[in-house]
Design a protein around this ligand. Structure first.
Ligand SMILES: [Zn+2]
Length: 280
């Protein structure tokens, strides 16, 4: 009887804890808008970084986070312009970058790489792009130009780099991430081996600042150094493989804690084992 009471009490406590956890979760952080130039802003928080180019003929967005973020994205856009969203350029197909497509597609044209269309249709994602390109394309709106480039595999098989030539700013999507270690989406054609070659080509473009897929805006040189770190990661993994380590042991042993933006993935980088498999 005594033990039953204790158990019941313990269960009540456990449920109480769960109730507290469910009801006291902090509300999601509101999205914030940051100014990069008079006519170029980014919307950050929840999902990928959204770039907002304002023109006299309307607004061009790069990426649109999750579908649930659309009302708040539009609110932030309305805080800087009364013009409508006319274009959405998707850096790649992932739902934290294309989630708003389905809701926004009736009013805005969606542009992305050919493989974004294929991946979105395969994944039954709403709002696949109606306009796609294979290597490069230019979108013009209100006298302003934005260029999209595809340089090869990396995060996926359809990552676009979006260049704002006048601002000398490059939006990399998840080909670069200053919020944590990169993720290689092998299921959608990603490649940790090709990734650096792809970035090397992007580094040939004229730009000074970089808007990563997630995390803070940094300088071009930060992207250059991060790409060099990719080389170290591959060399270290190849060496672990050469030593005869199993893929799991190699994934755990891979040293990342001395590399900027990779540190937090030490011992738990989710692309480590797949990179082991990809490396010959
Ligand atoms: Zn992604």
């Amino acid at each position: 009887m005594q033990t039953r009471i204790i158990r019941t009490t313990a269960a009540a406590f456990a449920l109480g804890g769960l109730w507290i956890a469910l009801t006291q979760q902090p509300p999601p952080q509101p999205l914030t808008i940051e100014k990069l130039a008079d006519d170029l802003h980014i919307i950050v928080g929840s999902g990928g970084n959204v770039a907002v180019l304002t023109t006299e003929d309307g607004v061009l967005l790069v990426d649109d986070k999750f579908d649930r973020n659309v009302p708040e994205i539009l609110e932030r856009v309305r805080s800087i312009t009364s013009r409508p969203v006319r274009y959405i350029l998707n850096t790649h197909h992932h739902g934290d970058h294309t989630g708003g497509n389905g809701t926004l597609a009736h009013a805005a044209e969606i542009v992305a790489h050919d493989n974004v269309y294929t991946n979105m249709v395969k994944g039954k994602q709403p709002g696949p792009p109606r306009i796609t390109f294979s290597n490069t394309t230019t979108v013009r709106l209100g006298g302003k130009e934005v260029r999209m480039y595809y340089f090869g595999r990396g995060h996926t098989n359809g990552d676009a780099f979006v260049l704002f030539p006048k601002h000398r700013i490059l939006h990399t999507g998840d080909m670069f991430n200053t919020a944590g270690a990169p993720f290689v989406d092998y299921g959608n054609g990603g490649s940790g081996v090709d990734w650096s070659n792809t970035i090397d080509q992007a580094l040939q473009l004229d730009f000074d600042r970089v808007v990563p897929g997630h995390g803070a805006v940094v300088a071009k040189n930060d992207l250059r150094e991060w790409n060099a770190a990719w080389g170290s990661v591959r060399m270290r993994m190849s060496e672990l493989k050469r030593q005869g380590k199993s893929r799991d042991d190699a994934a755990k042993a891979l040293k990342l804690d001395d590399l900027a933006f990779w540190k937090s993935a030490q011992g738990n980088w989710r692309s480590a084992a797949s990179l082991y498999d990809e490396l010959r």
